[in-house]
Design a protein around this ligand. Sequence first.
Ligand code: NI
Length: 265
Amino acid sequence: MNLDTLFISLWKEYIKLTPQAKTIHELFQEQENHIITNDHIAFRTLSLKECNIDVLSKVFLDLNYERKEHYTFKEKKLSAYYFMHKNPTYPKIFISELQLLSFDKRIQNIFNEIIKNIPLNILKSSELIYSGKHWDISYKTYEDIYKISEYAAWFYVYGFCANHFTVYINDLKNFTNIKDVNTFIKKSGFKLNTSGGEIKGSAKELLEQSSTLAQVIPIKFKEGIYNIPSCYYEFAKRYKNKNNHLFQGFVIQSADKIFESTNQH
Ligand code: NI
C-alpha cells in the first residue's frame, strides 16, 4: 500500500459515515477549481496494546512519516501524538487514544472484550485503521459508556476509521480567513461546532480551527436502530511564527473543544 491508496481508502470509508464531508468537499472544489488539500487527518483509538497509537501509526511510519509532539487531555483522559511526512504537502496525522486504565474495571472489561473480536489478520494489517468495528453493539451499553466518556462511546460504535479530515485553508484561493469559510459552510446548510466558540484558537496561537457538528446517522444496535453522531469535517488555518516558520503543531485547548464535535446534539 502506498500513501495515496491509503488516503483514498480512508476517505472512502469516512464519507460513507459522513456524506456531508463529500458534499462540502465538492462545494469547495466548485469554488476553487483545484485539489483541496488536507491539513491533517485524525483517528481515535484505545490505549490497549492490540490497537494503541503505536499500532495505528505503524502504517504511516512505514510510509515515511515521523512521530512529532505528544499531547495530553487530562479531563477527557486522552493522550495523542501527531505525525508528519517529510513531504509537507501530505497531511499531518493526529492519533489520540483513550487512557483505558484511568477508567473503572467495568469500562475496561467492555473494551477488553470487544477488542477480542478483531480477527488477527486485520489486527496485523495496515487495513486495521479503516476497518470499522468488529463487534456487536448494545444501545444500553452505548448509553452507559456515553455518560462516562463521549470519546469511548464513539469508539464503541464506530471502531477504526478517520474521525475527521481537515480542509487546509492556507491552500484555498477564494477564502483568506476562517470566518469566511465558516460563513460559507453555514450558508450551505451545515451546522458548526460552537463549543468554545465557532473559531478555536487565534492567529496569535498560530492556529485557527473550526469544524462541523458530526453528521448523525442511523446505527444498528442489538435493541434496534438509533441515530448517533458519526464523523465531522474540520477547517484549519496556520500562521508563521516570528522566525517565519509555519506552525505545524496543535493547540491543546482548541483540540479539546474540537473533540466535542461528536457530542450528542
Ligand atoms: Ni483535527
